[in-house]
Design a protein around this ligand. Structure first.
Ligand code: FES
Length: 647
């Protein structure tokens, strides 16, 4: 529990909250004290200009810009709130003011280049065998040379050669091709490669035989992470994958804060769009470099993302998504020329965005539905996609419904005292011996622990429940509070998960009562959301199969997720971890263009449920706040744990 005079500093994009009593030193030293490693090439003496941070909240308490900052930061950076961490501290005259304020709050954004942590970005996923039917094909043709006897124009001779290679006889030239075909024919001895879209549209011609270099890119724009899959459209294989943190996180951790930023800043949309496109183009170039091709040899992109990311990518204002009745500007799949959205692939190449289901259930969810093929399932199947937002899809071959719940951010470390995103040093699994409360754990990259990521949190809470450290209502077990695993901070009790000497923080990593409440709310939102959708589907049957999508779902311990009541109690062999299913949906649409038609058809049959406005939600939510549930009959396999104290 925070003290009234504590200073709270939220660090983004790693979702770390640090709490200190006073700041006597620079922000750089505070970060290093909490083992948040950032680049500081000059050792913090204001010379290298590498330790750039954005102070998003709390600026008014800080010292004015130093002369080093004025010379090392550009005017634009200064306007945008950038500071040098080693030169930034609380202004002396403000120290007393801070003491009078109830929990002063700071928010600091660290750019990806600054962070020295390795983020674990999920790129893999399962994709069912997909018939290869891309919209792009390349054909190598040997064009007859013109002569005085046969003075046939270039266009006609190319068409004659094409007809010999292809059974179609109607082709349309993209006008730009006429501008270059003459020189390309002559410099390549009339041996050229034609790039065909949808079987008959000639979008480009290249000198010589370049049929092997036929690429497309599938892009997944997440609120926090970006992934690009470079795929050869001849064999359907993924040749390279590149990922980045979404640089928009500097403007807010979730879609609501991004919308707010756009609302409050006249050039907000332009800024969020341009930094996103810049990062996506870096992904394009990184992929191309790995495979040794040029970005212009990527002829198509397919894109998934939630509705807000989708709109920002297209440069469309997403404000209406954040306001009741939460509607997007467009819903259907969209084809737009890459150059019109500044995507650095073949300029006349097609950028296809998958359709959006609703304001808060976007193209990413449609990607999940396509790749999971829930529409072919015999059994009633639940898909939970847990990212910064949580999406729920329930259905089978007869009907499908979807909804969203704001349940993901706690699982990415937000609002959890020692929570963090899945990066080096995050505790990702926990075991507690119920006899002596000894604790073992693992961390990402085997680094000394510095916090807990989502899977570690679920494990910790489930293990605390099994060891009766907490009761079914989430409260600490009063009988154990004298144990040396408990520590009293201010007037609140916290459970010590990792002792100070084992951490890289030089303090204990603890779980507070508030942290447990956050997990209760998250898991209750998923459970209640599932119940509400089921009710609205009018299906009188039980969930028989569960697919967990997204990074968190991929690493979670299934048994423990069931144990705390986050997902229904069904046998483990019926619970599948399907990885980045949204990204796989983008891939499928690249590999086989028929899936784009299927996406539109699905859009007409998927029932969208606005979960939080349904009156039954609150009742379901309150009951699901218990571990695993107020009513154990919903979790028959956990009845043996019914001796866990109820309160
Ligand atoms: S660490 Fe070099 S300028 Fe701050």
């Amino acid at each position: 529990m925070k003290n009234k005079t504590d200073i709270v500093i939220d660090i983004e994009p790693i979702s770390r909250r640090i709490i200190i009593n006073q700041i006597e030193t620079s922000i750089l030293e505070v970060l290093l004290d909490f083992s948040i490693q950032i680049k500081s090439l000059c050792g913090g003496i204001g010379k290298c200009g590498k330790c750039k941070i954005i102070v998003q909240e709390g600026n008014k308490f800080l010292n004015p810009l130093s002369s080093a900052e004025k010379s090392l930061l550009t005017r634009e950076e200064i306007q945008n709130g950038w500071r040098l961490a080693c030169e930034t501290k609380i202004a002396t005259e403000n120290k007393n003011k801070l003491k009078e304020i109830n929990q002063p709050q700071f928010r600091i954004y660290l750019s990806e280049n600054l962070l020295q942590e390795d983020f674990k970005i999920l790129t893999s996923g399962k994709i069912k065998d997909t018939l290869l039917n891309p919209s792009i094909k390349k054909l190598f043709i040997d064009v007859e040379k013109p002569s005085l006897n046969k003075p046939i124009p270039d266009e006609e001779r190319v068409l004659m050669a094409l007809k010999l290679e292809n059974d179609k006889d109607i082709f349309n030239f993209n006008f730009n091709v006429f501008k270059e075909i003459s020189s390309i024919l002559r410099e390549s001895d009339h041996k050229i490669t034609i790039v065909l879209r949808n079987g008959n549209e000639i979008i480009s011609c290249e000198a010589g035989k370049t049929t092997d270099e036929n690429f497309g890119i599938a892009i997944d724009i997440g609120t926090t992470t970006l992934v690009g899959y470079l795929i050869n459209l001849n064999d359907g294989k993924t040749y390279s994958v590149a990922s980045r943190l979404n640089p928009q996180t500097q403007f807010g951790e979730d879609i609501i804060t991004r919308i707010t930023y756009i609302k409050n800043n006249p050039d907000g949309l332009k800024k969020l769009n341009s930094i996103l496109i810049e990062a996506l183009n870096e992904i394009v170039v990184e992929n191309c470099n790995k495979v040794n091709i040029k970005p212009s040899q990527i002829y198509e992109a397919t894109i998934v993302g939630n509705s807000v990311m989708h709109h920002i990518f297209l440069g469309l204002n997403p404000i209406s998504i954040g306001l009741s009745p939460y509607i997007p500007i467009i819903q259907h799949g969209l084809n737009v020329e890459a150059k019109k959205v500044d995507l650095n692939i073949f300029p006349e190449g097609n950028a296809y965005t998958l359709p959006i289901i609703a304001g808060f259930v976007g193209a990413d969810t449609l990607g999940v539905i396509l790749s999971s093929e829930i529409d072919k399932e015999e059994e009633l199947t639940l898909i939970i996609d847990i990212g910064t937002n949580g999406e729920i899809v329930i259905g089978n071959k007869t009907s499908i419904a979807a909804g969203s719940c704001a349940a993901g951010s706690a699982l990415e470390g937000a609002h959890i005292k020692d929570g963090m995103r899945a990066a080096s040093g995050a505790i990702d699994s926990v075991k507690i011996n119920p006899e002596n409360l000894d604790i073992s754990f693992t961390t990402i990259n085997n680094k000394k622990p510095m916090g807990l990521c989502g899977s570690g949190l679920i494990d910790a809470v489930a293990e605390m429940l099994k060891a009766k450290i907490i009761a079914q209502n989430g409260n600490f077990n009063k009988n154990l509070i004298g144990n040396n695993r408990f520590v009293k901070k201010n007037s609140e009790v916290e459970f010590i998960l990792v002792k100070k000497n084992q951490t890289s923080l030089n303090r204990d990593i603890t779980i507070s009562q508030n942290d447990i409440r956050e997990i209760q709310m998250s898991k209750a939102a998923f459970y209640a959301g599932t119940k509400v959708i089921l009710k609205n589907l009018n299906i009188d049957s039980q969930i028989k199969k569960i697919s967990l999508a997204g990074a968190f779902g991929n690493y979670i311990n299934k048994e423990n997720a069931k144990f705390i009541g986050m997902i229904p109690d069904i046998p483990n062999e019926k619970i599948f971890q399907i990885g980045n299913a949204a990204g796989m949906g983008a891939q499928i649409c690249l590999l086989n263009k028929d899936f784009r038609i299927k996406a539109e058809k699905l859009l007409k049959v998927i029932k969208y449920v606005e979960i939080s406005t349904k009156k039954e939600f609150q009742k379901e939510f309150a009951e699901a706040m218990y571990f695993p549930h107020f009513n154990l009959k919903y979790f028959p396999s956990l009845i043996e744990y019914s001796n866990i104290p109820k309160r």
